[in-house]
Design a protein. Structure first.
Length: 262
C-alpha cells in the first residue's frame, strides 16, 4: 500500500472541501475592491443571517434568520474604542443599532409630502432631534473618516467569500486584527453546480432536494487565513442542555479566544 495515500490529515481534507466550495461558488462581484481594503487596527464584525438559494436566478431560498442587533451594537462600541471596523452584514440586518433603536422608540415621527411635488419634510419633536442628529453625524463621520467599511452579503456563498477575502487582506496586520463572528451562517446548502437555473415550478409536485453540509470554515479561518488575529464567535442553541458543551467545543476545536453562548 502506498504510504502517501494515508498521509492526509483531517485539516488537509477540510482545506480541500473549503477550496472545492469556493471553486464552485459564483464569483464575488466586489472581490477586487475588497482585496484592496484594510490598514491599521481593524476588527471585522460579521452580522445578520445568510440565505441558501435554491435556484441560480434566485426566487426561493432557505434563510438562517438573525436580526443583526448584536453585530450592529458591537460595531458601534468598537468604533468608540478606536477600532476601524469592517462591518459585513446581511442586507436585511440592522445597519446601526443606536440609530435604528432610536427611531423604533420615536412614535411621534411625522413625514409630510407635498401634493404638488416630490419634496419630503421630516419633522421631529424637539426632545428627539439632537439625539437623531448625533446618531446620523457619528455614522457619517465614521464612514467618511475611513473608520467604517460596510460589506453587505446575502447568501452563504457571499458571506464565506467575503470572510476569506477580509482575512487574507488583513494577515499582514497580525495581532492588530480581530474577528467578531456574530453572523448566523447556514450549515447546509445547495451546491451551485447542481442548482437549477430558473425558478422551481410548484406544478411539478413535492420538492425533493438534498442539501450538502457547508464546510466548517472557522478552524481554517482561525489557523490558516488569519492565525494571528483575535477571535470571538457566537453559539446559539435552542436546547440549553447542549449549549455549554457546544460552546466548549468551539473553544477547543476551533481555538476561538472567546465564545458567547446564547
Amino acid at each position: 500500500m502506498d504510504a502517501t495515500t494515508n498521509s492526509e490529515t483531517p485539516q488537509d481534507t477540510l482545506c480541500e472541501e473549503i477550496k472545492s466550495f469556493f471553486d464552485s461558488a459564483p464569483p464575488l462581484k466586489d472581490g477586487p475592491r475588497i482585496r484592496g481594503e484594510g490598514t491599521g487596527r481593524v476588527v471585522c464584525v460579521a452580522s445578520g443571517g445568510t440565505t441558501v438559494p435554491l435556484e441560480k436566478r434566485c426566487v426561493r431560498y432557505i434563510d438562517n434568520f438573525s436580526s443583526g442587533h448584536r453585530g450592529a451594537a458591537s460595531t458601534e462600541y468598537f468604533l468608540k474604542t478606536g477600532y476601524s471596523v469592517i462591518f459585513s452584514a446581511s442586507y436585511e440586518g440592522v445597519p446601526a443599532s443606536h440609530f435604528v433603536d432610536l427611531f423604533r422608540k420615536i412614535h411621534c415621527l411625522n413625514v409630510l409630502r407635498s401634493a404638488r411635488s416630490l419634496i419630503f419634510k421630516v419633522c421631529l419633536h424637539q426632545s428627539h432631534s439632537e439625539a437623531v442628529k448625533r446618531a446620523i453625524s457619528e455614522h457619517c463621520g465614521a464612514v467618511e473618516g475611513g473608520l467604517l467599511l460596510k460589506l453587505p452579503f446575502t447568501s452563504i456563498f457571499d458571506y464565506l467569500q467575503i470572510l476569506q477575502l477580509i482575512a487574507m487582506s488583513m494577515r499582514n496586520l497580525e495581532t492588530h486584527t480581530m474577528f467578531c463572528l456574530a453572523a448566523a451562517a447556514s450549515n447546509f446548502y445547495v451546491p451551485w453546480n447542481s442548482m437549477v437555473e430558473h425558478k422551481l415550478q410548484s406544478g411539478s409536485g413535492p420538492l425533493d432536494m438534498q442539501l450538502v453540509q457547508v464546510p466548517k470554515t472557522f478552524s481554517v479561518l482561525r489557523n490558516d487565513w488569519a492565525p494571528m488575529a483575535f477571535f470571538i464567535s457566537f453559539k446559539l442553541e435552542t436546547d440549553s442542555n447542549i449549549l455549554l458543551q457546544k460552546a466548549d467545543m468551539a473553544l477547543k476545536k476551533h481555538k476561538m479566544h472567546v465564545v458567547v453562548a446564547n
